[in-house]
Design a binder for this molecule. Structure first.
Ligand SMILES: *[C@@H]1O[C@H](CO)[C@@H](O)[C@H](O)[C@H]1NC(C)=O
Ligand SMILES: *[C@@H]1O[C@H](CO)[C@@H](O)[C@H](O)[C@H]1NC(C)=O
Ligand SMILES: *[C@@H]1O[C@H](CO)[C@@H](O)[C@H](O)[C@H]1NC(C)=O
Length: 313
């Protein structure tokens, strides 16, 4: 009967592998945080909620940031890097666009918050065709040896609701520009596209190249609800990827809306103090050798265990 505890040991070693696999998930998120400024960052509850959301992600795109002097983002980073929030000892950093918009009273920034120990920022590029977008995508390139894809490009968009169809369609032009510039077609588009309800109808899709061209995969489905309030049910916030090779390195069905109210057991009121949107997210497959080796290890360990423990029976 001596083999039983040993088998248990083997099983627990296997479950450790599984846990290890979970820890190395690489999560990319996009969150529209209307008017994120120093005033909002000074609201302790709002900052707490935002910190909980951002600290789940290896990269988190924040949209509608109004922080030209960088103080609000600094407050968020300080909180993220504080000991109590340093899950697994991650160090967070950020990269921000300049203030973008047509009217001085509504200037917004795109901000990417990322874990420095998990991913390298290797490029940034401000798309500049003023007539194409109200808030032109601030494109970034990241490299991470923790992901299977290794190097990829993120194109953010917080569309202007009234011209959402045209702006989403023009993301194709951004794709052509940046994929040629960096000779890399692993491009992901993310953000509040307003790609639902009255702004983008089923009929509008034939005018959007990201829909008509089958090279692009929409990872947040049309029936999802990315809004917080019960009165709206719209898939505004989206994640889209280009190409089969990128798609293959994404965890199947990992694209989802992160319902903060349910997941954190927060009241809607608490959630709404930060945003009327929920974040959306997707998981990139890990490059972990351990993970790749797991089936092999298992295959090797079973006969080894049998051979080792058989004499004891
Ligand atoms: C970041 O870049 C450095 C220098 O090229 C490299 O050694 C390191 O592995 C990279 N980090 C990740 C997480 O890929
Ligand atoms: C991956 O990146 C981390 C962080 O930069 C580094 O410590 C590690 O050595 C890298 N691993 C490989 C296989 O390059
Ligand atoms: C779709 O996009 C791809 C880029 O992957 C491009 O090569 C192809 O020409 C496009 N197809 C059409 C029909 O525009």
């Amino acid at each position: 009967m001596r083999w039983r505890p040993s088998l248990l040991l083997l099983l627990s070693a296997f479950s450790l592998f599984l846990v290890g696999a979970k820890v190395t998930d690489f999560r990319i998120c996009a969150y529209n945080v209307p008017n994120f400024n120093l005033k909002k960052a000074s609201n302790h509850r709002a900052l707490h909620t935002l910190t909980k959301v951002v600290s789940r992600c290896d990269i988190c795109l924040l949209q509608h940031v109004v922080d030209s002097d960088g103080k609000a983002i600094k407050a968020l980073l300080t909180k993220l890097n504080r000991k109590t929030y340093r899950y697994d000892g991650h160090r967070y950093n950020s990269v921000s666009s300049k203030s973008l918009g047509n009217s001085p009273s509504d200037m917004q920034q795109y901000v990417f918050i990322y874990r420095e120990d998990r991913v390298n920022l290797t490029g940034q590029h401000q798309y500049e065709r003023k007539q194409s977008f109200v808030r032109e995508p601030f494109v970034v390139r990241f490299q991470s040896n923790k992901t299977e894809i290794n190097e990829f490009i993120l194109v953010p968009l917080h569309s202007e609701p009234a011209q959402a169809v045209e702006e989403i369609d023009r993301l194709y032009d951004v794709f052509e520009e940046v994929s040629a510039m960096w000779e890399n077609q692993n491009v992901m588009f993310l953000g509040d596209f307003h790609a639902g309800c009255a702004y983008v109808t089923r009929n509008d899709r034939k005018r959007i190249r990201l829909y008509t061209n089958t090279s692009f995969s929409w990872l947040i489905r049309d029936r999802e609800d990315t809004t917080v309030t019960d009165s709206t049910n719209c898939a505004y916030d989206r994640i889209v990827v280009h190409g089969q090779s990128f798609l293959k390195t994404i965890e199947p069905l990992s694209g989802k809306v992160f319902n903060i109210a349910e997941e954190f057991k927060f009241r809607k009121r608490t959630v709404l103090a930060v945003s009327d949107h929920f974040p959306v997210e997707v998981i990139l497959k890990s490059s972990s050798l351990l993970l790749q080796a797991t089936p092999l290890l298992l295959l090797l360990s079973v006969p080894a265990a049998v051979q080792f423990f058989l004499p004891a029976l």
